[in-house]
Design a protein around this ligand. Structure first.
Ligand SMILES: CC(C)(COP(=O)(O)OP(=O)(O)OC[C@H]1O[C@@H](n2cnc3c(N)ncnc32)[C@H](O)[C@@H]1OP(=O)(O)O)[C@@H](O)C(=O)NCCC(=O)NCCS
Length: 157
């Protein structure tokens, strides 16, 4: 996997493009649409990034995190809010590389992620980065996964 470039989204980002790309990958219930994403960024509730290959302008993926200390709040846990790999780029290791980057950036704190139990690719990618299932609630569409900061770092995997 060649190196990926992470470009942080600001309020001038192309939210229509995000909306179109994300809508193609996410079920309606799981989708944070372009309008909601803009609102969350405006409220400084999350940080989000386009993910590109260095030589390409079109994004291959997107990710976001809710990391209270970024905004000066005390909290030991950061929540991975979304990871998406677009279209035919899926299944090439990009999702795993994005999660590895998030762990490298934010893994000094506990990290959580909510994953649908039917999403095998997502579960495999998070498990290989040291995440374990924390909670399964009857009838809930997601399970919460957690990675403790003491887990092996991705660089040693
Ligand atoms: C989930 C997602 C981010 C994974 O990214 P990806 O680039 O496709 O995944 P990778 O190629 O890095 O593969 C990750 C693991 O899943 C496995 N995998 C890939 N596609 C798979 C599939 N369709 N079914 C089962 N396992 C699969 C890979 O073999 C790999 O496992 P390994 O590390 O044990 O070898 C991507 O599929 C996606 O964007 N899905 C739609 C949006 C979504 O569901 N996001 C997650 C919300 S938490």
């Amino acid at each position: 996997m060649s190196e990926l470039v992470f470009e942080q989204m600001d309020l001038g980002a192309d939210f229509a493009k995000y909306d179109q790309l994300a809508r193609a990958e996410m079920r309606d219930n799981d989708l944070v649409d372009g309008r909601e994403l803009r609102q969350l960024l405006a409220e400084r509730a999350i940080c989000a990034w386009w993910v590109r290959r260095p030589e390409q302008s079109e994004p291959v993926g997107w990710c976001s995190i809710m990391d209270p200390p970024i905004f000066g709040w005390e909290n030991k846990t950061a929540h991975i809010f979304g990871v998406i790999v677009f279209g035919s780029e899926k299944g090439k290791g990009i999702g795993s590389a994005i999660i590895r980057w998030l762990v490298d950036q934010f893994g000094a704190r506990s990290l959580t992620a909510a994953i649908a139990p039917t999403n095998l690719a997502s579960e495999r990618a998070f498990r290989s980065m040291g995440f374990v299932v924390m909670a399964t609630e009857e009838g809930e569409p997601w399970r919460t996964w957690r990675r403790h900061p003491t887990s092996e770092s991705s660089s040693s995997i």
